[in-house]
Design a protein around this ligand. Structure first.
Ligand SMILES: *[C@@H]1O[C@H](CO)[C@@H](O)[C@H](O)[C@H]1NC(C)=O
Ligand SMILES: *[C@@H]1O[C@H](CO)[C@@H](O)[C@H](O)[C@H]1NC(C)=O
Ligand SMILES: *[C@@H]1O[C@H](CO)[C@@H](O)[C@H](O)[C@H]1NC(C)=O
Length: 369
């Protein structure tokens, strides 16, 4: 009896502790400003008592943190040959399980991060528009620790608790401001979808009036096709100028501007969409051989010879992308079951699994017809 009472007391104590634990930081991540490199703190998120725990890595990165076990959470999106992607620390991880703790994987060493292994990038399109820069591409995601078959999800500087995914993740770009290549602008609005062997990462110019809209973070279930409509092609490495996309979720029907409302996960899979995203015009595309641009990577990437020519990156859940790609190549394939994201404290996960095939079909129809 005595031990039961003690157990009850302990439980009560734990419940109280839990109840007292706060969710939100005093300042949302997207409102924190740090100049690079001198103003970057050890951790952009210094809270230790919030529900999701402390930031898993750090933001002050340099020679001491360089390497494939780096926990650097400071990322860059500068150009076709100089960008980073958010991906897990440990092999065979799903984005859903690790979204709070992704680290920066970059095409260039020298800033204290991990380096994307040679051969991982299979096709990349960099696009600069009046309001943002964006990279979209195809990747062997297992080489950056994402589990094979994971359809992934969205990373962004918000999350339901405003601490970002990853917590404390910072993004900088030299693509804005003066063009000497050395002027790092902090990008406070960005989104990065990872999964389905593809990615899209958009960094919005903070000087633009609509940075938060172009880099909208609330459409986490409809992937690159709707958040970053593009015509990136597997096997092609190109740098382009382009027009702005529409704001994600905003579309026009018969002259009327509409706003898409993404249904909550509890209503199940999204099986239909009321609109097709518009792919903006691009211009001045320059193509490169991947071996000539990703020179820093340890061994040369073989030039891709047989690629699915027109597989646009259209994944809603990542699953669509892989389905599109493979249906192009082999006719059909049922995506393997994915992690069913059950996260409750974040806006950034694609909870896709059962309807993967449906999505694949939908987007194959939309994008390959
Ligand atoms: C860097 O670019 C910003 C605009 O983003 C500009 O205001 C600033 O003067 C530039 N700094 C330098 C040192 O060129
Ligand atoms: C748009 O206009 C066309 C032609 O008038 C009509 O058939 C269609 O139903 C309209 N679509 C919507 C969504 O109102
Ligand atoms: C991209 O092309 C490579 C090389 O052909 C292929 O292995 C990979 O599956 C393709 N990726 C996608 C997502 O289509």
């Amino acid at each position: 009896m005595a031990s039961l009472a003690r157990l009850a007391a302990i439980l009560l104590y734990l419940l109280k502790v839990q109840a007292q634990q706060k969710t939100f930081p005093a300042t949302p991540l997207a409102s924190k400003h740090f100049s690079y490199p001198s103003g970057v703190p050890y951790q952009a998120d210094s809270d230790t008592d919030l529900i999701r725990g402390p930031q898993s890595g750090y933001n002050q990165c340099g020679p001491n943190t360089e390497g494939q076990d780096s926990k650097c959470q400071t990322s860059f999106l500068n150009s076709l040959d100089d960008f980073c992607l958010w991906a897990p620390m440990n092999p065979d991880s799903t984005i859903a399980d690790t979204e709070g703790e992704e680290v920066a994987w970059c095409t260039k060493p020298g800033r204290g991060t991990r380096v994307i292994p040679a051969g991982a990038l299979q096709g990349v399109q960099f696009m600069k528009t009046p309001d943002y820069v964006q990279v979209v591409g195809f990747i062997d995601q297992t080489l950056i620790n994402i589990q094979a078959g994971d359809y992934g999800g969205e990373l962004d500087p918000h999350g339901a608790d405003l601490r970002g995914n990853p917590l404390g993740g910072l993004v900088y770009s030299t693509a804005f401001g003066t063009s000497d290549g050395n002027n790092y602008t902090q990008v406070t609005e960005w989104h990065n979808f990872m999964g389905g062997n593809a990615f899209c990462f958009k960094a919005c110019d903070p000087a633009g009036a609509n940075a938060a809209k172009f880099c909208q973070h609330i459409y986490d279930r409809i992937g690159c096709a709707y958040n970053a409509p593009n015509n990136a092609q597997n096997g092609t490495f190109e740098s382009c100028l382009g027009d702005n996309q529409d704001f994600p979720g905003i579309y026009t029907v018969n002259g009327t501007v509409m706003t898409y409302s993404q249904p909550p996960e509890r209503f199940g899979a999204i099986s239909t969409m009321p609109y097709d995203p518009k792919i903006p015009a691009s211009s001045s595309c320059t193509t490169f051989d991947s071996t000539s641009i990703y020179t820093a990577l340890s061994s040369a990437t073989a030039a891709s010879s047989s690629v699915s020519a027109s597989a646009k990156i259209a994944f809603v859940s990542g699953s669509a992308s892989s389905t599109i790609a493979t249906s192009k190549a082999t006719g059909s394939r049922s995506p393997s079951a994915s992690s069913t994201a059950t996260d409750t404290n974040d806006a950034g996960t694609l909870a896709m699994s059962i309807v993967a095939t449906l999505f694949g079909t939908l987007f194959a129809a939309v994008f390959l017809s």
